[in-house]
Write a protein that binds this ligand. Structure first.
Ligand SMILES: Cc1cc2nc3c(=O)[nH]c(=O)nc-3n(C[C@H](O)[C@H](O)[C@H](O)COP(=O)(O)OP(=O)(O)OC[C@H]3O[C@@H](n4cnc5c(N)ncnc54)[C@H](O)[C@@H]3O)c2cc1C
Length: 429
């Protein structure tokens, strides 16, 4: 049933329709304004890849969207490479008119190396890889900066039957018809809406780093080119793949080489020491580049030299400032709360072994836009949207946990196992 309070929202976007051309919708939006119609207002808390994708899609529906991002400056150097699945690039390719070749690197092999450096498994399989910064830059350029509010940390919200009142750290308030919480792994919104949900430490972290391809020697470049390259050993694995350069360049030689190395740390003192930076400050979910204690970096390098195939060790040893991300499982029972919803890592957090985190955030945003387009009121739309995204999150978390346990605990990860193919909806899908 559509309440009186929902009527303006319905009447507006019913009129706007779901055309894929944002310009036409803006034009209709302008006409609706000229007629004095009220345009439904949306706040997005969190301006990373999930929040920006949702913002673009909801704006394309003709809604009045503002993104509130806590960081005072545009986000840079957050993460490094990303496995780039269709739901991660769908907006940029389908709506923003970007060519996939311009924003990602294509590889055509999955390789496993032995400790000696010899290839022990080689499967022809196409993947796309991009850089977090490339994707962020593209999405932000398309959204524009006018309604992208940096330095706006949402500290609370109150949901009423006909609106949501959102409050920022500096006391500013906004009243909106829909609040989309895309505030990431440490989501304050999740804590408020689902106080019993806690992040569960997976027992390991990812050490990560990037290095200009040009700085590696020719034989290392040749060995790692055109592939995602793995090395699996007792309770650990590392993978290496090429990504666009800092300026977005995808030309061989101008790109970056990216590594992700999963290493076990016992919860408690072991993990606490790792996450305490060189200045004695304890971090929670990650350590930024340059923050790790020199002794930890020295240990990483010594283990690389002693344990890894020479081509992969070369990459790790060439990285100046490796950084750390702690691996968690987060499972939620709800994503829709009347006029408020959780998307991306603010809802489920899966271990990264399917390379599907940004794809899941993208899929949450696409299905949210479809539901808003199809239903008469925000609460109806969110209620219809929620079950499919809960199921997607549940399946991804379960699959990624199984894969992670096989590598980090059970020692049953075998090169060539089809379950290890990256994908959001299942291996290779
Ligand atoms: C080791 C590792 C490897 C990964 N590899 C891949 C991969 O290959 N492919 C892939 O697709 N994904 C990968 N991921 C996952 C991916 O990084 C995340 O799933 C993705 O970044 C989630 O995006 P998001 O927009 O939901 O959240 P985030 O990127 O975490 O963004 C949340 C944003 O909200 C802002 N924020 C937080 N609180 C507030 C507040 N109160 N008010 C306003 N703003 C706020 C933050 O500043 C941040 O900008 C990997 C993750 C890890 C840890």
């Amino acid at each position: 049933m559509v309440s009186e309070a929902d009527a303006p929202f319905r009447s507006y976007y019913r009129g706007a329709g779901s055309a894929s051309d944002g310009t036409q919708l803006s034009e209709r939006n302008r006409r609706a304004n000229n007629r004095g119609a009220r345009i439904a207002r949306v706040a997005i808390a969190g301006g990373s890849l999930g929040g920006l994708t949702a913002a673009l899609l909801l704006r394309d529906l003709g809604l009045d969207v503002t993104v509130y991002e806590r960081s005072p400056a545009e986000l840079e150097q957050r993460g490094a490479g990303i496995g780039f699945l269709p739901a991660s690039y769908r907006y940029l390719v389908e709506r923003a008119g970007r060519s996939l070749d311009a924003i990602s690197v294509a590889t055509s092999h999955i390789r496993y190396l032995a400790r000696s450096g010899e290839i022990i498994h080689d499967l022809e399989h196409s993947y796309r890889f991009s850089a977090w910064n490339t994707v962020y830059r593209e999405l932000l350029a398309h959204f524009g900066r006018e309604r992208y509010r940096l330095g706006h940390e949402m500290v609370s919200f109150e949901a009423q039957a006909d609106h949501v009142a959102v409050t920022m750290a500096d006391g500013r308030r906004d009243h909106v018809d829909l609040l989309v919480c895309a505030d990431g792994v440490a989501s304050r919104s999740r804590r408020h809406l689902l106080p019993d949900v806690h992040a569960r430490y997976a027992g390991y972290v990812a050490w990560r780093g990037i290095v200009p391809e040009r700085s590696l020697d020719a034989s290392t470049r040749k060995a790692l080119d055109d592939a995602i390259t793995y090395f699996v050993y007792a309770n650990s694995h590392i993978l290496v793949y090429p990504i666009p350069g800092a300026d977005g360049s995808i030309e061989p030689g101008e790109r970056l080489m990216n590594f992700v190395w999963y290493r076990n740390y016992l919860e408690g003192e072991d993990l606490g020491t790792l996450l305490t930076d060189a200045n004695g400050l304890r971090h929670e979910t990650s350590l930024p580049p340059g923050a790790a204690q020199p002794a930890q970096v020295a240990d990483l390098r010594a283990t690389a030299a002693a344990r890894l195939p020479p081509q992969i060790a070369d990459v790790v040893l060439a990285v100046d400032a490796p950084f750390v991300q702690v691996i968690y499982d987060i499972e939620v029972s709800r994503m829709a709360f009347g006029r408020v919803c959780l998307i991306g890592d603010a809802a489920w957090v899966a271990r990264p072994h399917a390379a599907a985190g940004t794809a899941k955030a993208g899929a949450d945003a696409w299905t949210l836009a479809e539901a808003l387009d199809a239903h008469g009121s925000v609460p109806e739309a969110l209620a219809a949207w929620e079950p499919g995204q809960l199921e997607l999150g549940r399946q991804l978390v379960e699959r990624a946990r199984r894969i992670g346990c096989r590598s980090q605990v059970d020692g049953t990860w075998r090169p060539g196992d089809p379950e290890l193919i990256l994908g959001l909806y299942g291996p290779g899908r």
